[in-house]
Structure formats: C-alpha cells, structure tokens
Design a protein around this ligand. Structure first.
Ligand code: KDO
Length: 335
C-alpha cells in the first residue's frame, strides 16, 4: 500500500481548493476563460505508449487554442499513484489514472479492479457511459476535485514471466513473485491469480526483471513491447485476467474556470483521443503475439476458465466487494 496521505487531510485540502474556486468573481472567471491555461499531465506511461501518442497528437492540437498542454511521461513529475493527490491539492492539472488508484480514496471504484469483469474494450467504453456511473463520477468530482473526462483502453493484461515453467492453472503460480503496481487493489489481483504479489513502480519493472528481483509482471502486450519487457522475460501466458482501463483525469478547479464552449471542445478532444488510442491498442494486441514468438518467447493460452473461476470467486468473497454499489455487477454484466 503506497498511499502517501490520509483520506481526511486530502478531503480538507480539496474542500479549500473548491471553496477558493467558488469565490472567484464573474470578472476573473471571464478573464481566465479568455487566457490560455497551462495543463501539466504527469503519468508513468512512456512517450511512445499509444495513450501518450494520442494525447500528444490528437488531444493537444485540438485544444491548443485554450490549453498549453505540458505532458510529463515516465513519472517525471509525480511518482506513480500520487497523481490524484497532486490534482486534489492543486499541484497538477491532469493524469491518466487507474481504478486501482481511485479505489484507495473512493472504495467503490474497486469494482473496476476486479479480474474478468469487463469483457472487452467496447464493453468498457459502454460501462463508462452508463447512467449508473454518474453518481460515481460525481463523487470523484466532489471529494477529490477531479473530473474523469473519458475512459482509455490499456488492453488485456497477460502474465509475462522470466521463469520457464509452464503456467496452465492458478496453482502453477504458487511462489511466483509477480510484480503488481503498488496499491492494495493491484496486490489483491496478484493474490487472486495464485501468485505472490510484489509492489514495484512501473518505471522500475524492467530492472527488477533483469536482476531477478521479481519472477514476472503483468501488462497488456503493447506495454510489454513498448517497455521492452520481452528482452528480460521468457514467456507470456495469455490469461487476459483484466481488461484494463485508465481514466483521463482533469482538475475540476481548472475545468470550472473554462467557458462552456471550451469545456465542450476539451471533452470532444478527450473522447477522440481515447478512441484513437483504443483502436491503436487493439490493432497492436492483435499483431504482437507473433512478434514475441519471433523474439524467442513462449506464448500460449492456459486454462483461462480455471483462472476466471478462481479470480471471480476471490473477488466476490472479498472485503473489496462490500464497498461495491448494490446491484452494480449485474448492471455491468447486463450491458
Ligand atoms: C502498470 O504499472 O503496470 C500499469 O500498467 C498500470 C496502469 O494503470 C497504468 O498506470 C500504466 O502502468 C502506466 O501508464 C504505464 O504504462
């Protein structure tokens, strides 16, 4: 668990930020709407990750009249997992955040960290747009001062191991030190898969694999290629245990200073950017199996039903599930 702040102090800080925003007079609001606002984004993603490419090539030019977009990749500005706190405190304007990070502050978001919940990229997109998401989005705005602009598709997470032993069922992961990102919800997923989860920041995964500090990691195929994890691993097990998402998180304080026209343009640019990245990730996912085989890795499909059964059972019996809004799993499944 790497949360560096407690919920109460964060809520107090956000309250002050929101109150300050509310006292802005009409005149200063207009002045700010006419000025270009600098929006700094911090994320652990590399600049060649498709989400980063789309933000730079689709989002930034579309909003260039109102926003100086300053992306900081490779967690250069803020450590992975601290970005939401930074936005809430007014120290950052934008990030690509995960449901796992949101769940540390708003526990009901752990529903979207559950393995084998979303079926595919389209399901993920339709769930985000569903009416039942409105109260959850509102809670993020009210408690953190963060607007979730859109959902970005990261891809289907697969096991990527430096060990050679074949993994067909969860029991084959017993004792495997599997790197997961550093929040409770991620660690829970590692355990539910049958492994020994180890928290490591994304920017340190390559070295941890290279030195043998960990036995493996999980990420979608495009990330494994982009971050060159194939250079230091021997196999990819196609468990598809999480259809992973990120939310494009935007400072509500900055949003509220923009005119309705600017807000509409930014919303459109965010949706176009997410769609562009989604299509590129899907294309890469379809192509990359062959690439990894050519690099000498074993790539195979295990007994996915055995993983699905174990993981779903673990989530439904977990403390995490106690925070999920009543009936929401059924609503998600019905979409
Ligand atoms: C990772 O740390 O494994 C992860 O894939 C988690 C995602 O939520 C996302 O933050 C991603 O890293 C980074 O953007 C790096 O691609």
């Amino acid at each position: 668990m790497t949360t560096t702040f407690d919920r109460r102090s964060l809520l107090a800080a956000t309250g002050i930020a929101i109150a300050t925003g509310a006292t802005l007079g009409l005149r200063s609001r207009r002045a700010l709407a006419d000025e270009k606002v600098t929006v700094r984004l911090s994320a652990p993603a590399t600049p060649t990750d498709q989400r980063a490419v789309a933000l730079t090539e689709v989002f930034a030019p579309a909003v260039a009249d109102y926003i100086n977009f300053e992306p900081h990749w490779n967690a250069e500005l803020f450590k992975q997992g601290t970005e939401l706190e930074a936005i809430a405190r007014g120290n950052l304007e934008m990030s690509i955040t995960s449901a796992q990070e949101l769940a540390t502050l708003i526990p009901e978001f752990s529903i979207f960290t559950a393995g084998y919940l979303h079926r595919d990229a389209d399901h993920q997109k339709r769930v985000f747009a569903a009416d039942f998401m409105d109260p959850m989005k509102k809670k993020v705005e009210d408690t953190l001062g963060v607007k979730l602009l859109t959902v970005m598709y990261l891809g289907r997470r697969q096991l990527n191991l430096r060990t050679e032993k074949k993994v067909m069922v969860p029991a084959d992961l017993a004792g495997v030190k599997l790197r997961m990102p550093g929040t409770d919800a991620w660690q829970f997923l590692g355990k539910a898969l049958g492994a020994n989860p180890v928290p490591v920041a994304f920017t340190e995964v390559y070295t941890a694999l290279q030195t043998g500090a960990i036995d493996g990691q999980d990420n979608p195929l495009p990330t494994d290629k982009d971050s060159k994890f194939y250079e230091v691993t021997k196999q990819i097990v196609l468990t598809s245990h999480l259809v992973d998402l990120n939310y494009l998180a935007f400072s509500k304080k900055v949003w509220d200073k923009l005119s309705p026209g600017q807000q509409a343009a930014i919303q459109l640019a965010a949706d176009d950017c997410a769609e562009s990245a989604r299509q590129k990730q899907l294309t890469l996912e379809a192509q990359l199996e062959q690439f990894f085989k050519e690099q000498g890795l074993q790539v195979y499909t295990p007994d996915v039903e055995a993983f699905r059964t174990q993981v779903q059972k673990a989530y439904l019996a977990s403390d995490l599930a106690k925070d999920w809004p009543a009936g929401m799993v059924d609503k998600i499944n019905a979409i």
